[in-house]
Design a protein around this ligand. Structure first.
Ligand code: PLP
Length: 455
């Protein structure tokens, strides 16, 4: 029987037994939770019958949109055939093999080996262990330190949260673990001042070189970063930043780990974020868009030279997950990649919907609250400020962002806020008319926010 919100007091039940992730559960129990009941295309419906345009693709993940029959059928068929088997003990399954091959057809040249995980956090934990194993095998046992960035997000496991640069996460549970250093992020809106984009790109990459020299290159194992930092506020680095970072890493024999969990599978209008920025990593962490979030699956793509050493000299790698390459998740991911390819969705993001979103967002720049808009493909941000010229924020950082997010909800639009930065990441199948709606509703939310602030 199909349950509807009318039959049961879902809010009360949720408050009775359910601890939510990244949530003040006490506050949530007081306000009551929103129950999402169904979805189609770019739209969601809650239990009260309200419709929302999902400007956030779930959590940056529903790339092909909701309700795709091909994914549902792939899951059902694989469930019938083989609902589960593991990849340990000299065994494999056909969906895992096919998915590894399909991923490697899309990756940049030289990245042709995949290790599967159940999530993005597990992917970064895997990178952490593989990198250290690699340097051990190379006989460089001191090369252990990871350099990451402030305000980065690499997941919520102990290694993921430690690699990440979120202070509010580090404060809980004595993180980061040892062997991880954080440098400043390439956040032009806050840090570039009067510098040109190129000069700021060189400056920000220079922070990495400084840190490597400070630690001694013989101690530095790897640099990890999201091509565009997502959760931190859609921080888009200058176009030359990553190629400068690549030069520095190659100069000091430091591995490059691209956390492609958000940028991978089309969000920037390329299959992977590194292709937009023109660099080749040694490791890519993937998840989210790999299955469009329909089922949990992630992985690590390893560069050939690195994989060869791990395979040829590594013996048994004592690492893996019960759900590594889960056959049903893999079958769904395969169907998802097929849709992305056959419907030329990545190309459409690069040539049409991404540039169109840029033009529409630019129309918001005249709004008194808007300090900057930026996007690449279908990931973007709107900076909210009290004063466009000084870029001064309004009152306590984060209050305006939360207010604007609530106002957007009232308009039937889901946006996310990091501090006073509004974040956009709609499903990649969003149409021109739906982008118009997204931006029109964003303007209404901005107006309502300004009115509430008395501006
Ligand atoms: C979401 C995210 C992760 C963590 O993925 P989970 O599947 O939630 O563990 C890691 N890195 C980036 C860049 C992310 O956005």
């Amino acid at each position: 029987m199909k349950k509807t919100s009318g039959d049961i007091d879902w809010r009360h039940l949720d408050a009775s037994h359910h601890l939510h992730p990244f949530t003040d559960n006490k506050a949530l129990r007081l306000t009551g939770v929103r129950v999402i009941e169904k979805a189609e295309g770019v739209y969601l419906w809650d239990g009260d019958g309200n419709r929302y345009l999902d400007g956030f693709a779930g959590l940056w993940c529903v790339n092909v949109g909701y309700g795709r029959k091909e994914l549902i059928e792939a899951a059902a068929a694989q469930m019938q055939q083989l609902p589960y088997y593991n990849l340990f003990f000299k065994t494999t399954t056909m969906p895992a093999i096919e998915l590894a091959q399909a991923i490697c057809e899309l990756t940049p040249p030289g990245l042709n080996q995949v290790f599967f995980t159940g999530s993005g956090s597990e992917a970064n934990d895997t990178v952490f262990r593989m990198v250290r194993r690699y340097w051990d095998l190379r006989g460089q046992k001191k090369k252990k330190v990871f350099i990451a960035r402030k305000n980065a997000y690499h997941g919520s496991t102990v290694a993921g949260a430690s690699l990440g640069g979120m202070r509010y996460m580090h404060e809980q549970g004595d993180l980061p673990i040892p062997g991880i250093e954080h440098i400043e992020q390439p956040y032009a809106f806050e840090l570039a001042g009067d510098l040109s984009s190129e000069a700021f790109g060189r400056l920000a990459a220079g922070w990495l070189e400084q840190k490597i020299l400070e630690l001694g290159p013989e101690h530095v194992a790897a640099f990890i970063g999201e091509p565009i930092q997502g959760a931190g506020g859609v921080i888009i680095p200058p176009l030359n930043y990553w190629s400068e970072v690549e030069k520095i890493c190659r100069k000091y024999d430091v591995l490059i780990c691209a956390d492609e969990v958000i940028c991978g599978f089309g969000r920037l209008g390329h299959w992977f974020g590194c292709q937009h920025f023109g660099f080749t990593p040694d490791f890519m962490s993937i998840a989210k868009g790999l299955s469009s979030g329909y089922l949990p699956i992630g992985g690590v793509v390893v560069r050939d030279e690195v994989a060869e050493l791990l395979v040829e000299q590594g013996g048994e790698f004592n690492h893996g997950f019960t759900y590594s390459g889960h056959p049903v998740c893999a079958a769904v991911a395969l169907a998802n990649l097929r849709i992305l390819r056959e419907e030329r969705i990545v190309e459409t993001v690069r040539k049409q919907s991404g540039p169109y979103l840029s033009r529409k967002l630019a129309e918001l720049v005249d709004h008194p609250l808007v300090g900057e808009v930026r996007n690449i493909g279908l990931i973007g941000a709107i900076e909210l400020v009290a004063d466009k010229h000084t870029r001064k924020r309004c009152g306590k950082l984060g209050d305006t962002g939360s207010l604007c997010r609530d106002m957007a909800l009232r308009e039937g639009l889901i946006l996310r806020a990091t501090g006073d930065t509004m974040l956009l990441s709609p499903p990649l199948i969003i149409s021109g008319a739906e982008i118009d709606e997204l931006v029109a509703k964003t303007r209404l939310a901005l107006d309502a926010t300004a009115a509430q602030l008395g501006l």
